[in-house]
Design a protein around this ligand. Structure first.
Ligand SMILES: NC(=O)c1ccc[n+]([C@@H]2O[C@H](COP(=O)([O-])OP(=O)(O)OC[C@H]3O[C@@H](n4cnc5c(N)ncnc54)[C@H](OP(=O)(O)O)[C@@H]3O)[C@@H](O)[C@H]2O)c1
Length: 306
């Protein structure tokens, strides 16, 4: 293997870490060095999955040009970074590593300052629940990077070599970015869960509701991919049909089989359609105000409103 291929060690080689390292090693973009998990057995399993690397109980002092992937759970990143810095500084002549990066959605690369000359975060916006499956799904996925510019460039190149897409954001509020990513993952599923409960009350056979609603959701997501969320948005709110919207709101507010929080959530989500409709620019300001007023009038009161 060429000596120009960087040597990358891994601390925390679980589902995400081993999937990414397997892809990078298979593509001969990195040489895998030490792999350290909580247990040696788990590190050995990671090495066997990657097909490269050396399982170890703990990270030894690492070389100044080495790279380090810290794919630990988020809560452990800070303390791990401190421990690595202490260990590296105690070794004579050896200081910070060449580069280090983590995979967290919500933590900034700043956590790793001092661990390496160049630090970054690379968040793969996909699920690694099953590493065997994840390595087949990585191509075509997106990764969001922030941190040192030259390291982001290097990591972007790797991501693109693996046929995924890289977004480098120079100023990224990671917590808000995480909130956005959750909106497109967890919150969409929360909305589908609500739609399923409403469908059940409406009388849709339970065994069909997942198929029906996920097909609808997929079409909307596909339209969003093609045209953007504003253009993809259709329905009675978009048509400015105040009567239809009022009937819907009334039906939901009177559906006693739904919990009060589900009724409220549905109405709040309906109200969240208004900014999209306003962005489309088809309805006049007056029509939008009438729609908003009609929604407000019929919103189920919360307990604190009593
Ligand atoms: N999973 C995803 O879908 C996904 C997607 C995007 C980004 N990420 C990010 O990737 C990172 C890792 O997530 P994950 O899902 O891969 O977690 P995971 O599967 O739970 O893996 C975490 C690994 O860290 C090891 N570990 C935990 N504490 C340790 C310690 N004190 N010292 C050494 N090793 C330790 C564990 O070792 P043992 O195996 O011995 O317990 C495990 O192998 C997180 O920052 C997460 O946000 C995950």
């Amino acid at each position: 293997m060429s000596s120009r291929i960087p040597l990358v060690h891994c601390l925390g080689c679980g589902r995400a870490g081993r999937s990414l390292l397997r892809l990078l090693a298979d593509a001969e973009l990195v040489q895998v060095g030490y792999v350290v998990n909580r247990s040696l057995h788990s590190a050995q399993q990671a090495v066997s999955f990657i097909g490269a690397g050396c399982a170890a109980d703990a990270l030894p002092v690492l070389g100044q040009n080495d790279g380090l992937l810290i794919a630990l759970p988020e809560s452990q990143l800070e303390s791990a970074a401190e421990a690595i810095q202490i260990k590296q500084s105690q070794a004579s002549g050896s200081q910070a590593l060449g580069f280090a990066f983590h995979l967290s959605a919500s933590q900034s690369s700043e956590l790793l300052q001092g661990v390496a000359e160049r630090v970054a975060s690379l968040h793969p916006a996909m699920a690694f629940a099953d590493p065997k499956q994840a390595i087949t799904q990585f191509a075509g996925s997106w990764c969001v990077l922030e941190g040192d510019a030259s390291l982001c460039q290097q990591l972007s190149r790797w991501v693109e070599c693996l046929a995924a897409r890289a977004i480098v954001a120079t100023q990224l509020d990671k917590t808000l970015y995480h909130a956005a990513a959750m909106g497109a993952s967890n919150l969409i599923l929360a909305t589908l869960g609500l739609a399923q409960r409403v469908a059940q009350v409406a009388g849709v056979p339970e065994e069909s509701s997942t198929g029906l609603l996920s097909a609808l959701a997929l079409r909307n997501v596909a339209a969003t991919q093609e045209q953007g969320v504003t253009a993809a948005f259709t329905g009675p709110v978009e048509r400015g049909d105040v009567r239809a919207v009022s009937r819907l709101m009334q039906a939901v507010s009177q559906a006693d089989a739904l919990s009060a929080s589900d009724r409220q959530l549905w109405q709040q989500l309906l109200r969240a359609c208004l900014p999209l409709v306003a962005q489309q620019g088809r309805l006049s300001t007056e029509q939008l105000q009438t729609m908003a007023a009609s929604m407000d009038q019929q919103t189920t009161p919360t307990r604190s409103d009593h």
